[in-house]
Design a protein around this ligand. Structure first.
Ligand code: HEM
Length: 519
């Protein structure tokens, strides 16, 4: 509308003037609040100083800046901020380790893990499933309580799904591993966190594997083309957002009969021991115990299931693939043979892969941890956003909406924490375990201020021991049943992929596999 038309409309309809004035005032208020907020965040601003400080540089090369930020600020106990390539979000704030304890103990109502995701993924407008308190609670209690009983089922399912996706062949076969591993992990996750029948439902698995990608694509597309005050409309008309909403609705439809059956069984006089032991049941019983049975709708169950899929599938798949890339690297040939020996000895002793048996794979555990130290998946951990203005004990003030995180990658390469950090020492953590007074320390799933693969504090991943063991079960099968190598002349690990603070093992690399031959 041209300016003249606008003036005419305002003269003819005073109501238009009021609406126009309110929108202008709201916009001015929002702008002012944002400017005020950025003034209040009193931290040094880190930027590329070599002539290219473009937005694209932050997408592809943030790792370079993180190294500088670690040496210049974090190592000396100082926080810094840097541009967020998602322009509408506030600057990224990285904190030194001295703030970790305070962040760990800060209540969710102040420094929130789910609120960080809500901002990062524009969850209010894309329909992406948000984390609920009960989703985390159930993993923290029921998964941990039931974990030892899950191993026989997981061991069998792992063999079935790997045999299906990597059929035994005498000749080398070339495959792109990421989608295959994502399917394997998704099926095991569905068996644990949903139900046995859903772990064999390919439509369900497709939605669960796809949800992270479709949700992130929707957030990017929405932010690129929709001003924030129009985004509430997107779920009705914008295809990328409609896809997220449709998948969520379809997941709820698939769940409806299963939920009805589970709720009916609770009201029958069936024995508790006859009921399934899986994530759907844990959630159904969680609600039932609180007298909220009627409120666990298929939609809410779908939300929790989609959240589990986002938490479980790509994190495990990326680490699994990353560890495999190190295992088949020609520089680790002797180490691989030692790991196979360990696996065979433990299997001989235990006969099956119980939780206790898996815990005896101490060399594999050390190798996985060193692999993640050197080839970590993602730079940032312990991500939180300030739900209210928050001031640390030393006076550092975070305005409401500030997104904070710790630089997981910094300490991994720091000789003060890990001597000769550039050397890949497969037994680095095994030696630390043997030298220390506590053999439970320095394991793949351990937590400490520099062991932050699984976060820190109350919100640290409650499924970390489960996830670590599932990856081991898959690796044990791959190492003992298959020969695997890179497809191509080079038999060394390909470089990582990077996007903003995310890092991933190469997704473009192919591997060759065949049925294992006796050497
Ligand atoms: C290797 C695989 C995995 C990695 C690397 C991983 C990593 C993480 C990290 C970094 C956090 C945030 C912790 C923090 O900020 O302090 C987290 C939280 C969480 N993860 Fe995992 N995770 C993995 C697998 C899983 C699996 C299989 C599940 C099962 C559903 C799961 C469920 C959760 C839940 C429920 C939370 C939120 C906890 C809370 O807010 O209290 N994760 N995970």
């Amino acid at each position: 509308m041209a300016l003249l038309d606008l003036v005419t409309a305002i003269q003819a309809h005073p109501g238009v003037a009021i609406i126009f004035a309110s929108i202008s005032l709201t916009l001015a208020w929002a702008l002012r609040t944002r400017q005020k907020a950025s003034r209040q965040l009193n931290l040094p601003f880190l930027a590329f100083e070599d002539g290219d400080d473009s937005r694209q540089r932050y997408v592809t090369d943030s790792g370079t800046l993180f190294k500088i930020g670690y040496e210049r600020y974090l190592k000396h106990g100082k926080a810094f901020k840097m541009r967020n390539y998602i322009e509408e979000l506030p600057p990224q704030v990285y904190l030194p380790l001295k703030y970790l304890d305070e962040v760990k103990s800060a209540p969710q109502a102040k420094l929130s893990f789910p609120y960080f995701s809500a901002l990062l993924f524009s969850q209010d407008h894309t329909g992406m499933a948000k984390q609920t308190d009960e989703a985390a609670h159930v993993i923290r209690t029921d998964l941990i309580r039931n974990q030892p009983f899950l191993y026989p089922g997981l061991e069998a399912e792992r063999a079935a799904v790997i045999d299906e996706k990597l059929p035994r062949t005498k000749e080398w076969q070339s495959v792109n591993p990421y989608p295959i591993f994502a399917y394997i992990i998704a099926r095991l996750a569905a068996k644990t966190f949903a139900s046995a029948e859903l772990s064999r439902n390919d439509e369900w698995l497709g939605i669960m594997i796809g949800v992270t990608q479709t949700s992130m694509a929707a957030a990017h597309a929405l932010r690129a083309s929709w001003p924030w005050w129009t985004r509430w409309l997107a779920r009705y008309v914008f295809p990328p957002v409609k896809k997220v909403v449709a998948d969520r609705a379809r997941a709820a439809e698939i769940l409806r009969p299963i939920l009805e059956e589970r709720v009916a069984a609770l009201h029958s006089d069936s024995e508790k021991s006859e009921r399934p032991n899986d994530g759907i049941q844990w959630l159904v019983e969680y609600y039932h115990a609180r007298g909220k049975g009627a409120r666990l709708t298929p939609e809410l169950l779908a939300q929790n299931q989609l959240f589990y899929a986002m938490a479980a599938i790509h994190s495990s798949t990326a680490i699994l693939l990353s560890v495999l890339y190190d295992l088949i690297d020609e520089r680790q040939a002797n180490v691989k043979a030692e790991l196979v020996d360990e696996i065979e000895q433990v299997h001989k002793e235990f006969g099956s892969w119980t939780r206790q048996a898996v815990s005896k794979l101490v060399k594999l555990d050390s190798f996985m941890k060193e692999s993640q130290r050197v080839h970590y998946v993602g730079h940032a951990r312990v991500t939180r956003a300030a739900q209210v203005p928050y001031t640390f004990k030393d006076g550092l003030h975070l305005p409401k909406g500030t997104m904070i995180q710790f630089l997981h990658s910094g300490p991994q390469q720091d000789p003060d924490f890990f001597p000769e950090p550039e050397t890949f020492d497969p037994w680095r953590f095994l030696k630390k375990r043997q030298q220390g007074d506590d053999v439970n320390k320095f394991q793949f799933a351990s937590l400490s201020e520099v062991e932050t693969t699984f976060g820190a504090g109350f919100h640290a991943c409650p499924a970390r021991n489960y996830a670590s063991d599932v990856m081991k079960l898959v690796l044990v099968y791959l190492l003992t049943k298959y020969d695997i190598k890179y497809d191509g002349d080079s038999q060394t690990r390909p470089p990582e992929m990077a996007h903003d603070s995310a890092t991933m093992p190469s997704l473009a690399t192919s591997i060759l596999y065949r049925e294992k031959r006796a050497d």
